[in-house]
Design a protein around this ligand. Structure first.
Ligand SMILES: N[C@@H](CCC(=O)N[C@@H](CS)C(=O)NCC(=O)O)C(=O)O
Length: 227
């Protein structure tokens, strides 16, 4: 089994965290990325997006694309530990929070905060922290506020256990943190504590350590922003 996609993609991260939680082995190809697609990648995913999963790397015509499809596949492949709640209501809530993160959160964070910093650095330009700060405030106003309120008094987003909802939220908050925007505990105490809880899990911490090694190698400075 082979998983393809750039490590900094929140969607790739989501799939890799689920695989790590379940101790699912895979060969990893980090090359396909919005910054450059290997020749012929559209044979795997005609939409040219990552992550992509090849259950059999010898058969590129039979891929499972999209992080949600991959995570559901992993959960069926190896049901324990369960990351999709069994109870109907908790499952519905988990899928809603996952969708909330993968759609609106991902696009506002990706375009408004991550891109002005990461894409600039990756193309040799200076990071645009003015644009990124404005993007962060847009995300904070409705999306982070919604998540903060949803978490009120709870440890996890759906039901009483760590689930795909918590992973999807963590991947988005990590994209913010990576480019210098840690969730301020003064403004979003529930969300900041949730992020601390989730990012300390070995499945997440291991990937963060890999990214830090990449940043150090690239010689990038990603200072923490005051928000
Ligand atoms: N819904 C998809 C979204 C995947 C996605 O948009 N991935 C980004 C990388 S973060 C991508 O490949 N973008 C390329 C593009 O849209 O051209 C999923 O959950 O996997």
């Amino acid at each position: 089994m082979q998983l393809l996609g750039a490590p900094l993609s929140p969607f790739v991260k989501k799939a890799r965290i689920v695989a790590a939680e379940k101790a699912i082995d895979y060969a990893y190809d980090p090359r396909p990325s919005p910054l450059g697609w290997p020749e012929g990648f559209e044979r795997i995913n005609p939409l040219k997006r990552v992550p992509a999963l090849l259950p059999d790397p010898a058969n590129p015509d039979y891929a499972i694309n999209d992080s949600s499809a991959i995570c559901a596949y992993f959960d069926r492949l190896k049901p324990e530990p369960a990351l999709f709640p069994a109870a109907a209501e908790a499952l519905g809530r988990a899928l809603w929070i996952e969708e909330f993160c993968d759609s609106e959160m991902a696009s506002k964070i990706g375009m408004g905060v991550f891109r002005p910093v990461f894409f600039n650095l990756a193309s040799g330009k200076a990071a645009d922290y003015g644009a990124a700060k404005a993007g962060f405030e847009t995300v904070a106003k409705t999306l982070l506020t919604y998540l903060e309120n949803q978490l009120d008094g709870k440890t996890w987003f759906a039901g009483d256990a760590f689930s795909i909802a918590d992973i999807a939220v963590t991947c988005q908050l990590y994209s913010l943190s990576f480019v210098g925007f840690d969730i301020p505990a003064t403004r979003f105490p529930n969300l900041a504590a949730h992020y601390q809880r989730c990012s300390a899990r070995p499945s997440v911490a291991g990937l963060i350590a890999d990214d830090q090694a990449f940043v150090a190698k690239a010689g990038w400075d990603l200072p923490k922003q005051d928000v």
